[in-house]
Design a binder for this molecule. Structure first.
Ligand code: ATP
Ligand code: MG
Length: 356
């Protein structure tokens, strides 16, 4: 007798596609808008090794979803895209429609907040998941249903609820069902864009824990897009912080959050509680993102940075290595420790920056 199938080593249901590697380099995305060209993403490099999880963080409008959409080739037709998005070495940006169909759902799957609407109200949830499996893989209906059952167990929903209709599910269950659906084809890379934003915080924790467990147990590669640095701290081994279309700091999550080198990361860290159990004062970063139609010269964060100098406003800081795999785009890595101390004080962020 074969052993009871488990999620990780099942006989049939969850196939063992290998995790994929992703290498994004020099990614630029411009949206055509009335007033001109909006440079939403302006030279982004990212690397996700097989089985790795990367958190992409930054405040609203910094370009996170645009990066995600570029990776999945889901940008509007008139968007201007440059750079490379290598998925296991093949450039997604140069693939034909046919090649794209082959990799979608097998190598790349997407979970978004609006994916909640992906469930059709008039069909049973189990039928919808099974149907998508049958459409993409060489499995019959019974095998597909069995895989759906396993996935429901994985995301913590009783199997019998596969026979329910979407309206019979709570919001959190619907979200988990969508995650199950995204995982049903066992894509090598899961791109989750604010997958839990619509949920309350308890449900958020549950869903994130499940995504994390799945990613680890099935050794998928993952990109988690979120504005919440605390979520990344809990879920991802690597982090890339974005500001105004660029990566300002990246590296191992623990290192970046414990000893940030970029003042923006320091400010972002202040805005979220209990990353490491510290009783840190909640401080927000005053000001707004610069105009992406006409980005300023020099460091894009300079106008909001409490430590900026004339040099910052004139010269664009490159990403430089400040620790193992840890990059930061600030001109003053030597002063990072002092910046960290000052960044923890509210008064630092309330006085007008730019005094030099
Ligand atoms: P959020 O956290 O709010 O989801 P984000 O970091 O995902 O923000 P994006 O959605 O990538 O940000 O948007 C980056 C910039 O591009 C913003 O200025 C946004 O207004 C603009 N933008 C996004 N999509 C389009 C579009 N289809 N057409 C024109 N501009 C767009
Ligand atoms: Mg977004």
């Amino acid at each position: 007798m074969p052993a009871q199938p488990t999620a990780t080593a099942s006989a049939a249901p969850i196939s063992d596609r290998p995790p994929v590697s992703l290498r994004v380099s020099g990614l630029r995305v411009g949206y055509r808008v009335e007033q001109g060209h909006l440079r939403a993403v302006d030279g982004v490099d990212l690397e996700v090794n097989p089985g790795e999880s990367l958190g992409l963080v930054g405040e609203s409008g910094c370009g996170k979803s645009t990066v995600g959409k570029a990776i999945l080739r889901l940008l509007p037709e008139d968007a201007r895209v440059e750079g490379r998005v290598l998925l296991d070495g093949d450039d997604v940006l140069r693939m034909s429609a046919r090649q794209l169909r082959q990799i979608r759902w097998t190598k790349l799957a997407l979970v978004t907040q609006s994916a909640m609407n992906a469930l059709d109200p008039v069909y049973r949830i189990g039928d919808q998941i099974a149907e998508s499996i049958v459409a993409h893989e060489d499995l019959d209906r019974r095998q597909a249903w069995r895989r759906a059952e396993e996935l429901f167990t994985l995301v913590g929903i009783p199997q019998e609820r596969l026979r329910d209709y979407p309206h019979q599910f709570s919001g959190g269950m619907r979200q988990r069902a969508v995650i199950a659906m995204a995982l049903s084809l066992n894509a090598g890379l899961l791109l989750a864009d604010e997958p839990t934003t619509a949920l309350d915080s308890i449900m958020q924790d549950q869903v994130l824990a499940q995504i994390q467990r799945l990613q680890r147990e099935l050794s998928r590669s993952m990109i988690l897009v979120t504005h919440d640095i605390a979520v990344v701290a809990e879920t991802c081994e690597k982090v890339a912080v974005m500001y105004a279309g660029r990566i300002t700091e990246s590296g191992p999550t623990a290192a970046v959050l414990a000893t940030p080198y970029h003042p923006y990361t320091m400010g972002l860290r202040n805005a979220f509680p209990t990353i490491d159990g510290d009783r840190r004062e909640l401080i927000s970063i005053p000001g707004n993102l610069p105009n992406l139609l006409d980005p300023p010269t020099g460091c894009r964060f300079a106008s909001r940075c409490p430590f900026s100098t004339d040099h910052c406003r004139e010269v664009d800081p490159p990403l430089i290595e400040v620790g193992p795999g840890h990059l930061s785009a600030c001109h003053y890595p030597d002063q990072a420790a002092a910046f960290r101390d000052r960044a923890a004080q509210r008064s630092t962020w309330t006085t007008d920056p730019g005094g030099g």
